[in-house]
Write a new protein. Structure first.
Length: 285
């Protein structure tokens, strides 16, 4: 299976997407399954993981409807308030065969480190992992130490590092590798090779600049804990779909066929429990 493990849909209303500022003109429009399907087909993808872009239960429900409109290899990373006292009830209401993970926009919290250490977050994470859900982790490089401690506390299921933890491109891949080393050593943590083109200063990137980060990720996580994600349509701020895909194609062309298959779909199928992949936790139970 070939899976795009990170992309978004939305019907654009400015009030719903405060993170899309006036400079992001490319994103101030609708992006729907009908727009993504030909892009996936052009790169021989079998499916995609749709990830929440706003913190709304209504959005999660809509994403599930859109995922159902496509093939069996599509799934959703939704949102729920994991600090809610009635979280178990909300999860029961949301329960759906396409809902495989959740995410919170931790990077946008006033104090991400403090958010990660809340007792209510810990209780919510325990409930999510008890019910078999993965958790996508969205922070920048500034809070990777706190995220590492968070991951060590929550080791009962898959944790997914989005966009390599948004590395500081200017500091270089070696510095990022050292920063992420402890997190990458945890067997329940996987990483998405996604979002790099928009982390380059002002979106001005080159393959020579970004390829070392992919190589460092391979060294730290190994292909069995890496997955491709286009981050479409956010990637359009710096590159089109084919350019993002080709960047990783070129960076992984020396790997074995099995190693490439891990990155291009097997890891995502395993972590998100997609048809044709081994679902469930990294731990034998």
């Amino acid at each position: 299976m070939r899976i795009d493990a990170h992309q978004h849909y939305w019907r654009y209303r400015a009030a719903d997407f405060p993170w899309i500022d006036e400079q992001m003109v490319q994103l101030r429009q609708d992006f729907l399954p009908v727009d993504l399907t030909p892009l996936l087909a052009g790169r021989d993808f079998d499916g995609a993981i749709t990830v929440q872009a706003r913190q709304s239960l209504d959005e999660t429900a809509q994403l599930l409807q859109w995922a159902e409109s496509r093939g069996k290899a599509d799934a959703v990373v939704g949102w729920v308030d994991i600090t809610a006292a009635d979280l178990a009830r909300q999860l029961e209401t949301l329960r759906h065969p396409r809902l495989r993970s959740f995410r919170h926009l931790v990077q946008d919290e006033p104090d991400p480190a403090r958010w990660l250490h809340q007792p209510a977050v810990a209780a919510g994470m325990s409930e999510l992992q008890r019910q078999g859900y993965a958790w996508d982790m969205l922070v920048t490089w500034r809070h990777l130490p706190e995220l590492t401690a968070f991951a060590a506390r929550h080791d009962a299921g898959w944790l997914v590092l989005d966009h390599l933890g948004k590395p500081d491109i200017a500091r270089g891949a070696t510095a990022w590798g050292e920063q992420v080393a402890e997190l990458a050593a945890m067997p329940h943590v996987v990483c998405k090779l996604s979002g790099l083109v928009t982390e380059a200063p002002e979106g001005r990137w080159s393959a020579a600049q970004l390829r070392p980060f992919i190589e460092e990720a391979l060294a730290r996580f190994g292909p069995q804990r890496l997955m491709f994600g286009s981050d479409w349509p956010v990637c359009l701020l710096a590159a089109n779909y084919d350019e993002v895909s080709q960047l990783l194609e070129d960076a992984t062309d020396a790997l074995t066929a099995d190693e490439q298959a891990q990155i291009w779909g097997t890891t995502a199928a395993r972590v998100y429990g997609l048809t044709g992949g081994e679902s469930g936790s990294v731990f034998k139970r």
